[in-house]
Design a protein around this ligand. Structure first.
Ligand code: C2O
Length: 542
């Protein structure tokens, strides 16, 4: 196995990803940052220099389990102190499984400022993948706002709340086009190569793997390649029992690989389209171009059609069916343990705390401590966070379709301690928000693990009924999963990775508003912590 060294300098630059100029957080001047390419078993080293001048940074390697290196997870407040302006921090970790992953900032709401990118891990030599293709392309989907991340964060913390609103643009590999007829600025910049639509070239008759990842801050997306059906073959680094779709629903934090056959008329171009689903769209379709080599159309020419508009944004069942269809490839099934040692039911609600609007789990809204849990627990700094276990919550009788009656929640930085090696079930229960007749999709992401997705439902989870319908035969392993509007999602994992791991809604503003929890398991087994993760909160001087 090889070691892949990367030298990154993080800085603010003026960029125009959607033809409108804005300050962006860049890596070596780029947003998205460079794609990390490695092979299974390789060690990745990223030396990060923070040149932001006034802002901390931390980078999370999303989907990499960090077995044996829990301090390299990059989660500020959980596994490390932030990297201060002018400082350098080196992340070293092993990519132990092939697949498509991503990285992004994990400090405040910095991810949405542009610090993100892809990790592509090839299968180890001699380890064939259960599908064949002739070439591959990678697509990183994002949503983009013109307001600064600071303005957004301040708005979210204000009373009354100033919501971030729908994104101005949808980006494909960091490029989009702000579509607003009054946008003179966009029009005058429309010739910038920086915001020219990406072109994906294919050879007629060949099969292509498209690796698709979503690092959106808010939007659930539907991705379509006009005129080309997709066969879904990978999800979050695990092989999927292939199924064919016209378009792909993808939530923030998810990755997929789809195969397409270049079997259409090569003399015209086709749209790659991303459309917002699950929220009422206020953003134009994000577009890029598929072009055939040797065809008569110039690669830059827009296709002769209007871009696909995707399924109805509020067709929950359309998306639900894709979730249920995503199961493990028959030759790559990892059977889950037959039962759980512990079940944690998490009710997802919107609440009020001192007038501010927050998200809460079982009426507790999460706050990050100033001392990272990993350091606090290893060093016995008991005052660093609330030592009491999160309270259990009586779900019986909760009306998920109604507006919550007791809207007051508490804030806490207490964590869930898991017995090392135990099997844990988590059931995420969605509900109505503060506004009547409204429930959103939440993509939940677990650090440090993959989990089996045992089941989905719409309605209230019944612990006496639904576990009997769990898929224990061929559930997919994932690291991010959607809980659909008014629905529930059940997942299972083994608490066998010593460390402290965040579990949160991958919508940037929802996590910022408290939608997350933290698990600890086997922290006593973690080796000596590197000095460079310390230096903040109660670890000053450690
Ligand atoms: Cu990709 Cu904790 O997030």
């Amino acid at each position: 196995a090889a070691t892949r060294y990367n030298e990154w300098e993080i800085s603010y630059q003026l960029r125009s990803p959607d033809c409108v100029r804005k300050l962006a957080v860049t890596i070596n001047g780029q947003t998205p940052g460079p794609t990390i390419r490695a092979a299974q078993g390789d060690t990745v080293v990223v030396r990060v220099k923070n040149s932001l001048l006034t802002e901390n940074v931390a980078i999370h390697w999303h989907g990499v389990r960090q077995r044996g290196t829990p301090w390299a997870d990059g989660t500020e407040g959980v596994t490390q102190c932030p990297v201060l302006p002018g400082d350098t921090f080196t992340y070293t970790f092993v990519v132990d499984r092939p697949g498509t992953y991503m990285y992004h900032a994990h400090y405040g709401m910095q991810r949405s400022a542009g610090l993100n990118g892809l990790i592509v891990v090839a299968a180890a030599p001699g380890e064939p993948e259960p599908f064949a293709y002739d070439g591959e392309h990678a697509v990183l989907l994002n949503d983009w706002w013109h307001a600064s991340t600071y303005e957004q964060a301040a708005g979210l913390a204000s009373v009354p709340l100033v919501w971030v609103g729908e994104p101005q643009s949808l980006l494909n590999n960091g490029r989009g086009r702000f579509a607003d007829c009054s946008a003179a600025a966009a029009a005058s910049n429309a010739s910038l190569p920086e915001c020219a639509a990406p072109v994906f070239a294919v050879v007629p008759g060949k099969t292509y793997r498209f690796r698709v990842a979503s690092v959106t801050s808010l939007s659930a997306l539907n991705f379509e390649i006009e005129g080309h059906q997709m066969t879904v073959v990978e999800a979050d680094g695990h092989y999927v029992k292939p199924f064919v779709v016209k378009n792909l629903n993808i939530y923030s934090g998810e990755t997929y690989s789809v195969l397409i056959k270049a079997d259409q008329d090569p003399n015209r171009n086709y749209w790659l389209a991303s459309n917002v689903v699950s929220r009422k769209p206020g953003t134009a379709t994000g577009t890029a171009v598929l072009s055939y080599y040797g065809g008569r159309s110039s690669p830059r020419r827009p296709p002769p059609t209007t871009p696909p508009t995707g399924p109805a944004w509020d067709d929950t069942m359309y998306r639900f069916r894709q979730s249920v269809a995503t199961v493990a490839h028959p030759a790559h099934i990892q059977t889950p343990p037959p039962c759980a040692d512990r079940t944690i039911l998490l009710l997802n609600t919107q609440n009020r705390i001192n007038g501010a609007i927050k998200w809460a789990l079982n009426n507790v809204s999460f706050t990050l401590p100033h001392t990272p849990y990993l350091v606090a627990m290893k060093s016995g700094l008991l005052g660093a966070f609330d030592q009491r276990p999160p309270e259990t919550y009586a779900h019986q009788g909760y009306d998920i379709y109604g507006v919550q009656k007791n809207q007051n929640a508490t804030t806490s930085d207490a964590l869930y301690r898991l017995q090392f090696g135990s099997v844990v079930d988590v059931v995420l229960q969605n509900a109505n928000m503060l506004a009547p007749n409204n429930s959103e999709t939440h993509p939940w992401h677990l650090h440090g693990h993959d989990f089996w997705v045992l089941g989905y439902g719409i309605g209230r989870f019944d612990p006496a009924v639904h576990p009997a319908s769990y898929n224990l035969k061929d559930p997919i392993l994932k690291n991010t999963v959607a809980v659909h509007p008014y629905g529930w999602t059940a997942l299972r994992f083994k608490a066998d990775n010593p460390g402290v791991w965040a579990f949160h809604c991958h919508i940037e503003s929802h996590f910022f508003m408290g939608m997350g929890i933290v698990f600890e398991e086997g922290v006593e087994r973690v080796g000596k912590l590197p000095q460079e993760i310390m230096g903040c909160g109660m670890t000053k001087g450690h």
